[in-house]
Design a binder for this molecule. Structure first.
Ligand SMILES: *Cc1c(COP(=O)(O)O)cnc(C)c1O
Length: 355
């Protein structure tokens, strides 16, 4: 059944719910999924009718292009429940836009706004009991698209599947995060796919990150691939540096993911009269600042952990510990942002969207 107008979502409800078996106080990130998922297939040059159905495994051709050539993209978003039981999304338009930019870069079809937005809304509505109230609780939303078309010829697939799955999340204290500055490995290169939220960017990071883990570091600060002199991202997050009282973050580029958290941090910093400069920070500058004591903070910014303070970094086998601050920019920004997301502070930016 093909729907060219795409103005309807079929809902097949699960006869049971696993919600009573979930320990919401002890969730590890991304391990538990709700009762339903959204599925929308692309065939013969068009999107078929989206269906919300019970969360379950599904069959695929062993020759499906995603397994061989990695045509796979995703988004990461969160839904929050306020004290009146209303559910809110945070800047979903930004994720929708970025999803289709990623699709274009990976030679995949764009997903219609109805399928992405209405799909999210109807799915979350059906699963609203899974969104827990209270600061730190959220429902993590994972829209993604894979190439399902069969055949091992190296060419873009003719068939795709767009899906949304949902996972209850609790804010976590990630423990101490120490990072290594990349001297050899790269996350992304000019002309590559670093600005797309493509699955392959993540698999490319696993091995260098494993090596860092073995040395006792949790993450890598990625540098530009050509010279390894410019600081670009921290793990799978955008990265900010505070030197004296100025906050710095690199401009987005072909190598840097245009993070929604990153741009929200920039806007909050501007509104709250913190000095912020969007420019590349050099590795040498960071080492110098660490040596002369002007380096105050480094933190990552991304949807999953929101703000992730970094306690120290290593470069060329030398380790630099960051000071422990009472009034850090990271904490101010994290509190401000999570209060907006959870409707505990006025959203002067118009970022929150009610479901
Ligand atoms: C997803 C992602 C981010 C963070 O983006 P948000 O929109 O803030 O979640 C940063 N860097 C990379 C490489 C990412 O994949």
């Amino acid at each position: 059944m093909t729907s060219n107008t795409l103005n309807e979502i079929e809902i097949i409800k699960s006869s049971t719910s696993k919600i009573d078996s979930v320990d919401f106080q002890n969730l590890t990130f991304g391990n538990v999924f709700t009762d339903h998922m959204l599925v929308c297939d692309y065939k013969n040059g068009q999107w078929e009718k989206p269906v919300i159905k019970p969360y379950a495994p599904f069959l695929m051709e062993p020759s499906a292009k995603v397994f061989h050539y990695g045509q796979a993209i995703f988004e990461g978003m969160k839904a929050y429940k306020d004290k009146n039981d209303d559910i809110w999304l945070f800047r979903p338009d930004q994720n929708f836009e970025r999803f289709n930019k990623s699709a274009t870069r990976m030679a995949m079809p764009e997903v219609p706004e109805f399928v992405f937005m209405e799909g999210l809304k109807q799915l979350i509505n059906l699963e609203k009991d899974w969104v827990q109230k209270g600061l730190g609780n959220s429902l993590y939303l994972r829209p993604f698209m894979i190439a399902t078309g069969p055949g091992v010829i190296a060419a873009p697939s003719q068939q795709y599947r767009f899906m949304i799955i949902l996972s209850p999340a609790k804010s976590y204290y990630s423990g101490e995060v120490k990072v290594i500055i990349a001297e050899h490995f790269s996350r992304a290169a000019n002309g590559g796919i670093g600005a797309a939220k493509a699955a392959g960017n993540y698999s490319a990071q696993f091995y260098p990150t494993k090596l860092a883990n073995e040395k006792g570091f949790q993450q890598i600060i990625w540098t530009d691939d050509a010279t390894h002199t410019k600081l670009e991202e921290a793990g799978t997050m955008n990265v900010f540096f505070r030197i004296n009282d100025t906050l710095y973050t690199a401009p987005t580029s072909e190598r840097i993911l245009d993070g929604v958290t990153r741009k929200s941090v920039i806007d909050i910093a501007k509104r709250d009269n913190l000095n912020i400069e969007v420019r590349s920070v050099l590795v040498d500058e960071l080492v110098e600042a660490a040596k002369n004591g002007s380096l105050k903070e480094i933190f990552g910014a991304g949807t999953a952990a929101v703000i992730s303070p970094i306690s120290g970094f290593s470069y060329k086998e030398e380790y630099f510990e960051l000071p422990k601050l009472e009034n850090s920019f990271a904490m101010h920004i994290k509190q401000t942002l999570t209060n907006i997301q959870n409707k505990l502070a006025e959203d002067t930016f118009g970022w929150t969207v009610k479901i």
